[in-house]
Design a protein around this ligand. Structure first.
Ligand code: ASP
Length: 315
């Protein structure tokens, strides 16, 4: 049998970022260092890998605020390629923090992998006085090699999160992610993973990957929000502009200003898909009998948008 291997796919982000001054943790350029350079900066990697081989590939080099369909498409197809190799035990993906939760949900939805696919990130650039990237990367390898790890996971500041629940919840702190009420699936302590709950992630269907393969672009799905004084003009303009789907981040239990609700109902009657979510950080929208607008099964607005994009691609 061939030697087992972990494949690292680089996509950019702050973890690959550089700033002119070591003390500057916000005025840096993301996505500057290649994935091979990131690996070189991780002391202790051979000990964690033991006799597992390492292979690295640069799939993209972007600040994840600029994440787009092309990168997602390429990334999903490279993941598919590597996951199909019997000697590949798991994947580690270096990624920016800003849209990491969307990529995690997207990859889980299109790959539903039995093997672990672990997203690693950093809140400080690689040039920082105390960069967090190398430790997060090392922890990601520990997760990728942990028995019973599977599905798409994200690792940051010693916490392991599942693709469904992970979200960036802090603008600056090193432990910038949480999993809301579900909590993290595990913790990494000295290169060992302590699972807190099963990392089972059944969500996803490979049929979406099939649809993605040939798609030249993704459907247009936008997010609108409810707030005091919200009206229907933005929705009407989006419909006029040809939007195919709308996710609304409602207030509280998905409630909507009556003008916004009327505009969304008009959009829906005209063939635009509409999903109701909440702008609340905790809880999910509970539907009532007779609701005109469907709710997004506990997904955050950005993840509901990804779900809608995929369902429009692979109806
Ligand atoms: N803007 C950066 C990115 O998402 C932020 C980060 O990685 O922390 O790529």
């Amino acid at each position: 049998m061939k030697q087992q291997k972990i494949v690292v796919l680089g996509t950019g982000g702050t973890i690959a970022g550089k700033s002119a001054q070591a003390g500057d943790n916000i005025g840096y350029q993301a996505a500057q260092l290649g994935v091979a350079e990131l690996l070189d900066a991780v002391p202790g990697l051979p000990a964690v890998l033991q006799d597992c081989e390492l292979e690295a590939e640069q799939v993209a080099q972007v600040d994840s605020k600029d994440m787009d369909f092309g990168v997602w498409q390429r990334l999903a197809l490279r993941c598919e390629h590597w996951l199909a190799q019997p000697e590949v035990r798991g994947l580690v993906i270096t990624h920016g923090t800003d849209t990491l939760e969307e990529t995690a949900y997207f990859l889980q939805a299109v790959l539903a992998p039995d093997k672990p696919v672990v997203l690693a990130c950093a809140m400080r650039p690689a040039t920082a006085l105390l960069a967090d990237g190398p430790q997060n990367l090392l922890d990601a390898f520990a997760v990728a090699l942990a028995p019973s790890a599977h599905g798409v996971l994200a690792v940051c500041a010693g916490q392991v999160h599942g693709a469904l629940d992970v979200r960036k919840s802090h603008t600056y702190r090193l432990d910038a992610f949480d999993s809301g009420e579900a909590g993290p699936v595990g913790q990494v302590e000295e290169a060992r993973v302590r699972w807190l709950r099963p990392c089972a992630a059944d969500e996803g269907a490979a049929s979406a990957l099939q649809a993605l393969r040939g798609a030249p672009a993704w459907p247009r799905v936008e997010i609108v929000m409810n707030y005091a004084g919200a009206g229907g003009a933005a929705v009407d303009a989006l419909v006029q502009g040809g939007v195919q789907g709308l996710v609304v981040a409602g207030t509280g239990n998905g409630s909507l200003h009556h003008e916004l609700e009327a505009a969304l109902q008009r959009a829906q009657a005209g063939g635009v898909r509409v999903l109701r979510t909440t702008r609340c950080a905790y809880g999910r929208v509970l539907p009532k009998p007779g609701d005109a607008l469907a709710v997004a099964q506990g997904l955050s607005p950005v993840k509901a948008r990804v779900a809608m994009l995929l369902s429009l691609l692979a109806p």
